[in-house]
Write a protein that binds this ligand. Structure first.
Ligand code: GDP
Ligand code: MG
Length: 183
């Protein structure tokens, strides 16, 4: 890198996708992160394809364009266009619904078919506020993530637990990978 490049303000735009079963809380994780809002009704249609969040890492301006499925996952696999160009993914299940954890394998297959091998992925066990209804232990989540080479966090969009942390861990790791590649 030349001294001239070091002084330039660079803009990075990273596309990140949300995936996982219907009703695990993908839209609420995004609205909590981007606007600090939570919707108690599952009927809520947020009606936008993606949200953009900005942050600065090492003096660089980063824009994360975070895509939500807008309910497509209810009817069929989401399309190739949804994944195209994604460099990060949050793969979400609901800790109080075993089926959503059992479906993670299928979500990962879909992600890997449609996106680059180097995609930075985090397994997210959402609704950790529902401890009394828990059907998937933290240990199971951690083990699956480890075996798939993913980050892991349990979150609550309702309580804001680990929401910012989950998105920002993925964004920071993408930045680290990209800046290593540039150097
Ligand atoms: P999506 O289909 O994956 O986008 O899921 P939604 O974000 O629409 O959420 C589905 C339902 O779960 C809604 O009723 C939300 O209010 C609820 N929900 C989402 N996140 C949480 C959470 O962290 N805790 C609890 N208790 N409910 C949540
Ligand atoms: Mg949704």
């Amino acid at each position: 890198m030349t001294p001239y490049d070091e002084e330039a303000t660079e803009d990075y735009i990273f596309k990140i996708v949300l995936t996982g079963d219907s009703a695990v809380g993908k839209s609420n994780l995004l609205s909590r992160y981007a606007r600090n809002e939570f919707f108690p009704s599952s009927k809520t249609t947020i009606g936008v394809e993606f949200q953009t969040q900005s942050m600065v890492i090492d003096g660089k301006q980063i824009k994360a364009q975070i895509w939500d499925t807008a309910g497509q996952e209810r009817f069929k696999a989401v399309t190739a266009a949804y994944y195209r160009g994604a460099v990060g993914a949050l793969v979400v299940y609901d800790i109080s619904r075993r089926q959503s954890f059992d479906d993670i394998g299928r979500c990962l297959e879909e992600l890997r078919v449609h996106s680059d091998m180097s995609v930075v992925a985090m397994l997210v066990g959402n609704k950790c506020d529902l401890g009394h209804l828990r059907e998937v232990s933290s240990e199971e989540g951690r083990r699956l993530a480890e075996s798939e080479g993913m980050f892991f966090m349990e979150t609550s969009a309702l309580n804001s637990t680990n929401v910012k942390e989950a998105f920002e861990t993925v964004i920071t790791e993408i930045f680290n990978v990209v800046s290593r590649r540039v150097l």
